[in-house]
Ligand binder design. Structure first.
Ligand SMILES: *[C@@H]1O[C@H](CO)[C@@H](O)[C@H](O)[C@H]1NC(C)=O
Ligand SMILES: *[C@@H]1O[C@H](CO)[C@@H](O)[C@H](O)[C@H]1NC(C)=O
Ligand SMILES: *[C@@H]1O[C@H](CO)[C@@H](O)[C@H](O)[C@H]1NC(C)=O
Ligand SMILES: *[C@@H]1O[C@H](CO)[C@@H](O)[C@H](O)[C@H]1NC(C)=O
Ligand SMILES: *[C@@H]1O[C@H](CO)[C@@H](O)[C@H](O)[C@H]1NC(C)=O
Length: 289
């Protein structure tokens, strides 16, 4: 019995050896050299074609990409609004008597408005005709790049420019807040030569506290000449138009919930998908001591 087992295990070992290398048929792992060669050749060709196809698709895709504008852009029906200065939350809260409590707002506005200095604008940008779009399309394959941009002079913000009053009204409890419209490439925000404009108001319970508002430029408009926007790469010196709102007689020592919105005859401001579309809400509180 023990002999039998030994014999059969010896035969098994021989079978195994013969499977790995069979000297009679010259087969390695059950295949001849030419059979192995064919298999390797097949896989080589297979993978080379796969790689080729990948490179080709990639190449064609890159050809269709335009360096100057994103191929896919999440087209928002309505662009958002944002305020400056803006802290971590949408709140402007300070005490008139405590300089340190509002100094950082002034600093933020100074930094934000530096590129709007008239001297900068004259150097970088053109004087455009107001109330009409500044269209600079490419003609077919001929690129019209780089594209020029229109001047938005800091002095157009008048009382809120930081030049007439270098504290932007914060010291006197009549603060200025800047509003900008988020950039959307290729957006035409008004029809029939009517520019979109900003209006601000208070939430119902604060309506009698908000006081008189002043808008700069007049009527709080984003002039059509600053549109359409062609993207950072095509329009290198683009200066975003701004609207400044001055709270000239806001009630002190109380929270005032303010909401500003864009009014336009070309873009929808009521959106079911995004109820913040085209508007921005923030809290304003000025303490008198
Ligand atoms: C812009 O103008 C302000 C006020 O006139 C001045 O303090 C500031 O240095 C100017 N900044 C630049 C970058 O020209
Ligand atoms: C901006 O200011 C400069 C000099 O102050 C002036 O020459 C230019 O016409 C102004 N541009 C606009 C669009 O008002
Ligand atoms: C951008 O501004 C610079 C000066 O700062 C000017 O030399 C250049 O021509 C401007 N480019 C365009 C496309 O307006
Ligand atoms: C502001 O709006 C009023 C009324 O709609 C209009 O008469 C006036 O011309 C506008 N002012 C400017 C500078 O657009
Ligand atoms: C400022 O608002 C108060 C009420 O909050 C009002 O009594 C006062 O007449 C307003 N002043 C001006 C100049 O509008």
């Amino acid at each position: 019995m023990a002999k039998d087992a030994e014999k059969s295990s010896g035969a098994e070992a021989d079978d195994w050896k013969e499977f790995v290398w069979n000297p009679r048929t010259h087969q390695f792992l059950g295949r001849t050299a030419s059979s192995w060669g064919l298999i390797l050749l097949f896989y080589l060709i297979f993978y080379v074609s796969l790689a080729g196809m990948f490179v080709l698709t990639m190449y064609i895709m890159l050809l269709t990409l335009d360096e100057y504008k994103p191929t896919y852009q999440d087209r928002l029906a309505t662009p958002g609004l944002m305020i400056r200065p803006k802290g971590d939350s949408l709140e402007i809260v300070y005490s008139m008597k405590d300089t340190e409590s509002w100094d950082h707002y002034v600093q933020t506005l100074d930094d934000f408005l530096a590129p709007y200095n008239n001297s900068q604008q004259v150097m970088n940008n053109d004087v455009c005709s107001p109330d009409q779009y500044f269209v600079q399309e490419d003609s077919g394959e001929v690129r019209n790049n780089p594209k020029r941009s229109c001047q938005f002079n800091r002095t157009m913000l008048e009382e809120c420019s930081g030049i007439v009053d270098r504290y932007y009204g914060y010291r006197d409890g009549k603060p200025c807040i800047l509003i900008k419209l988020n950039r959307v490439i290729g957006m035409f925000p008004g029809k029939n030569g009517v520019s979109p404009y900003v209006t601000c108001g208070a939430k119902k319970e604060d309506r009698d506290k908000i006081g008189e508002l002043m808008y700069y430029p007049p009527n709080g408009t984003f002039n059509l000449m600053y549109f359409p926007y062609y993207g950072k790469k095509a329009q290198v010196n683009y200066t975003q138009p701004l609207v400044a709102v001055k709270f000239a007689n806001v009630t002190l020592d109380t929270d005032v919930n303010v909401e500003c919105k864009i009014n336009s005859n070309a873009i929808k401001t009521q959106s079911d998908r995004d109820k913040f579309a085209g508007r921005v809400a923030f809290k304003l509180r000025i303490n008198s001591n």
